[in-house]
Structures are given as C-alpha cells and as structure tokens.
Design a protein around this ligand. Sequence first.
Ligand code: G6P
Ligand code: MN
Length: 441
Amino acid sequence: MKPQKLTIVGGGSTYTLGMINSLIAEKAAFPLSKITFYDIDEQRQASNAKATEILLREAYPEVEEFVYTTDKETAFSDADFFFIQIRTGGLPMRERDEQVPLSYGCVGQETCGAGGMAYGLRSIGDMITLVNDIRHFAPDAWILNYTNPAAIVAEALQREFPHDNRILNICDMPAAIMVSYAQLLGCEIWDLVPEYFGLNHFGWFTKVRNREGVDLTDEIKRIILEEGISAVDPEIADDPSWQATFKNMQTMLKDNPQYLPNTYLQYYLYPEKMVEKEDIANTRARQVINGREKRVFSLNERIIAAGTTANERLHADIHGRYMVRVAASLAYNRGETYLVIVPNDGAIPNIQNDAMVEVPAALTNDGPKRFAVGTIPTFQKALIEGQLGYEKLVVDAWFSGDRQTLVNALTLNRTVVDVPKAQQIVDELLRVNGDYLPQFH
Ligand code: G6P
Ligand code: MN
C-alpha cells in the first residue's frame, strides 16, 4: 500500500486534533507519509499544529513530513487527498445565524432553516475558490469535504464543477447515529450495513443489517421505543445538547415508526418545540465557544507546555474515523459501502436526477458507485422535494444575487414558511452578512 499525502484545509478547526487521533487509529487502513495543514488563521492553526507535531512524534512516526502553512501553493502542491473542514465567518457568525431566525420565532440552527441558508451563502464562495486553487496545484487529488451546510455546498460544487468526479461531500451524522445503534445491539459500527436515503441532514435509515445479512431494523426500533437511545461517540457523549437531540429520536420514532430518522429532522418536524427550548443568549455556537473550543485549545496548550501527550486522554471519534475510512476505500479501491452525498441520477427514481442525495455508495478508486434506493413513499418524497427546492434556490440566489429567490427559498423551508417572516429574516441575514455577500448589494 503506497502511503498517502494528506492536506487538511481548516487546520485551525476544533476538529483537527480529533482528526489526527482518527488518522492514528486508522493508520493501518490509511497510511500516511505526509500531513499538511492549511488555514487562513495562522494562530489557531499554529496551536493545533504544535500539539500535532508532538502527537505525531509519539504516536505516528511513520509520517515523515508535517507542514503547516497559510500559503496555498505549499499546501496544495504535493497532496493525494484533501480533507476540507472550513467555517467561513467562524463561530461568531454561527452565533448570528442561530440568533437572527430565533428573534423572528423561527428555528435558529447552524445547517437547518434560515441560519443554514446564511451559512450556506457564506460557504459557497470560499469552497469554489478553494476547489479552483486546489485543482490548479493538484488536478487529480481526492477532495473530501465536511464543510457545512453540506447539502448546499454539495449542490454548489456540483454546479460549478460538474465534470470533477473526485470531489466527495460527506457528513458524519448518520455514522454517529450508527455508533449508537451499535451500542444498543452490542456490536461495532463497522458490523452494520445501512440502507438510507434523503438529503444531507434530512434523511432516514430504512434498514440496518449486520454483515451476515441479518435484518436488525425491528430490533433497533424496539429498543429505541422501549428504552430510548443516547449519544455514545466520545466527541458528543458528554454533551447535554447532543443527548437531548438523541432523546428526540425516540419521540420522532414514536410519532412515525416507519423509518429510523436522522437527528436533524427534529428541526423540520418539531420547529415549535425547537424554538421554545432555545435561549438566544446561549445558542449552540455559544456553547461550542465555551465548550469544545476552549477545551481543544487548552488541551493544545497543555500538550505544548508538557512537550508530550502522555498526560492526556486522547481518543479518535467517529467524525474523523468515518472520513479516514472513506478515504482509504477510495485510495485502495476497497469498494466498501459508506453513506455519502452524490448526484441522485436515478438512485431514487421518483426524485429529480440532479438532486444531491445522501445514500449508500461503494467507494472505489473510480469514485462512488451509489446503490439503487428505489421509489420512496409520498410523505418522504414530498418533504424532500420541498427541502430540495429550498436548497437549490439558495444556490441559485448565490449565483444571481437575487433577494426574492432567497425569500422563495425560506418560504419552502419548513422552519419558516410564512412569507412576511421570510422577507424580514432574509433582509436581516443579508444585512448581517453584508461583507460576505457583495452580490446582493
Ligand atoms: C454533526 C453534523 C455536522 C455538524 C455538527 C455540529 O456532526 O453532522 O454537520 O457540524 O454535528 O456539532 P456541534 O457540536 O458543533 O453543534
Ligand atoms: Mn453533518
């Protein structure tokens, strides 16, 4: 197995050190000879990088070269794989995305609803620029993207780079849910084979089998209905907000036991409850700023001061491990099945071909080969089509700079619906995001 060279774009992210732990845990599957960090924020990246240097020396000496830089040519010239995890505007803008819709009584969430629209509009430009710059230096490298809102980013990249079949958008949420299924069943996530369909952050597990082909779906549903389900991946297990979200999966399943829901459906199916529980002064962004962000950067400081990771309990998480295994399957032609975001192209025949859908696909060095899902029921089809209309209009609006298109988008989004509210929220979000969105001036 030829070792790979990896560039992480967004080296300053709060997820970077966790990703390094995942690369260490998966080094047999995805061996690396070089790791590069790229970020526009030199300071945040340097903190992660200095801790990473120590961690690699202690736990991954096979990595011959580790570089961190704010120079695109250095970062992009010599890489087989790119993992992209950027957040345009950072957590402070995430907080605005959450607060503005809430102040109009609508769901305020990072990727769902009006907040997701604003975040999407900010992400599209940076992602298009990044992919163009990466392709300039690394025309054949794999680009794996985690940047949110993945549904909108995937749609925009598909339009801008329709012939580039080495860009793959991924989300860890279905995998994080499967980690919890595995715990309920007393097995490992990697023992489970899912059938799933939907849009990103908007989908359902229709079946979960084990590798022997035994259908475990009813057993999972029974346990969730009787005992509930909790977040168990180490990254989210201690987080009250994530535990509340996982608890809601039981409510969703009770209210509609047909399929196993993605956690994010709570925002679309229970918008009133989701608004009620929010404190506008302490939305999720503020919790992450006071929680994960502080935790990660003080962990870095302790590692750097001690010159060793020996005093710390570091762990891989599903967020990183899923991405790394996806990369390994692509690099070494493993043909393993993962849930990824790809053009529909008939996988769901009663949804338009040019939807970017989240479905299982076999991953080879020729790219993802998605499996046929088949015709889906009217209820899910109609929900998906409304949401898809919203996503497509947001991308249309980014290219055209047309405000009315954004109002139409939010009119379709189940977390807004009401036209006067849509108009007010669009105007407020465009005002707050003015510097990022010159096309709307
Ligand atoms: C899950 C989703 C990601 C999202 C993250 C937010 O992992 O799949 O798309 O960014 O949750 O988590 P946070 O803890 O930052 O609210
Ligand atoms: Mn996600």
